[in-house]
Design a protein around this ligand. Structure first.
Ligand code: GTP
Length: 354
């Protein structure tokens, strides 16, 4: 990562409800879910700091305390960190406007708090400044844009059109499908276009407004990009880090076991298993391609493959869990049970039910 070309402040949006990630987000905000033992948003802080950012404002809403208690004022890492909290959900642009009093009147990076990417922030700034844009959006390619907002640009990399959830008749044969990658550079003028204290979406309200006056740049990149906002994608993010498909703070290898986990010597930790701090893996148990949250336990002979277990989940002796089974914090899976995903087990619930 090269220097962020003079953008030294950032807002990270961390206030969403994370509804697609339930039940894991019942008890923790999505950006604080762990990735290899660290809160996910640590990776973004690291990425920003390496790009030359020295001030980060977290724009919070849902469960703000966990975030502020973890990061504090940032001084231990040589950063200035501040917090604002939506009085009610303000949407992605309203949440940026809410951070304005903690920002200098200069360009700012804005990051969604749930994106894992190797995006080159300096290149984004260079494109932004080269165009003299009010706002510049990073774009990422997708095979099928129908669930996203398609962004069209001219040859100079200036946005010409946003098409929200395009139907087949709105697609042009042979065009590259590129979507908003959730990383922006915004000038003070772009931020001034956001009404304060109102619910405003940057994707649906602010960018189309700015693009209509020719002020939005967009930079396409093929670098690694993943929205971790669903349990399946969150699991895949772990597998991508283990496979080295994306740079991470440390390179864990083909599986990751927290130094604070207890793994019985007869247990098997297979490829893609991520075992969190305080987890206990019992005799002859097997884990592969799964996330086992802090304090969770696999009983003797239990098998877990493809699941995402929150914190303090108990998998009974001999239980078999396979496919995308998502278990909220404190859930229990009965001894000998066979649970096959896709399946969601609520926070604190027992499976099989009743
Ligand atoms: P879903 O409910 O599953 O769609 O997740 P989400 O609430 O995180 O929404 P989404 O993925 O669209 O949000 C993108 C980023 O913006 C995430 O990092 C959210 O935390 C953040 N975000 C979304 N809405 C708000 C909001 O109203 N206020 C604040 N402060 N942040 C928000």
């Amino acid at each position: 990562m090269t220097d962020g070309a003079g953008v030294s402040q950032a807002v990270i949006l961390v206030g969403g409800q994370g509804t697609r990630m339930r039940p894991l987000t019942d008890t923790i905000p999505k950006p604080m879910l762990s990735l290899m033992g660290l809160p996910f948003v640590e990776r973004q802080v690291h990425h920003l700091q390496r790009a030359g950012v020295n001030r980060i404002v977290f724009s919070c809403g849902y469960r703000p305390r966990e975030i502020e208690e973890y990061f504090g004022d940032g001084s231990s890492r040589g950063l200035e960190m501040g917090y604002v909290v939506d009085p009610e959900p303000l949407g992605t642009a309203g949440a940026i406007a809410n951070a304005e009093d903690l920002l200098d009147p200069a360009d700012v990076f804005v990051l969604n708090g749930d994106i894992l990417t190797d995006l080159d922030l300096a290149a984004l700034v260079a494109h932004h400044r080269g165009l003299g844009a009010e706002a510049t959006i990073a774009l990422t390619p997708v095979d099928d844009p129908s669930a996203f907002g398609l962004v069209r640009t001219d040859a100079d990399g200036r946005v010409t059109e946003f098409v929200e959830k395009p139907g087949p008749d709105e697609l042009i044969a042979g065009e590259p499908y590129r979507i908003n990658a959730g990383t922006y550079v915004l000038t003070p003028a772009a931020r001034a276009a956001i009404p304060r204290g109102e619910q405003v979406s940057i994707e649906r309200d602010t960018f189309p407004l700015l693009a209509a006056r020719g002020g939005v740049g967009a930079l396409a990149s093929d670098c690694y990009w993943r929205d971790i906002g669903t349990p399946g994608s969150y699991l895949d993010a772990h597998l991508d880090v283990l496979a080295g498909r994306v740079a991470f703070i440390a390179s864990p290898g083909e599986a990751w076991v927290s130094p604070d986990a207890q793994v019985d010597s007869s247990a098997t930790i297979g490829a893609g298993a991520c075992v969190g701090p305080g987890a206990v893996i019992g005799p002859r148990a097997r884990a592969a391609a799964c996330v086992i949250g802090a304090g969770s336990a696999l009983g003797a002979d239990a098998q877990v493959d493809g699941a995402v277990l929150g914190r303090d989940v108990i998998v009974g002796d001999g239980a078999r869990v396979s496919g995308l089974v998502v278990a909220g914090d404190g859930a229990t899976i009965a001894p000998g049970a066979v649970v096959t995903g896709p399946e969601s087990i609520a926070t604190g619930a027992a499976a099989p039910a009743g």
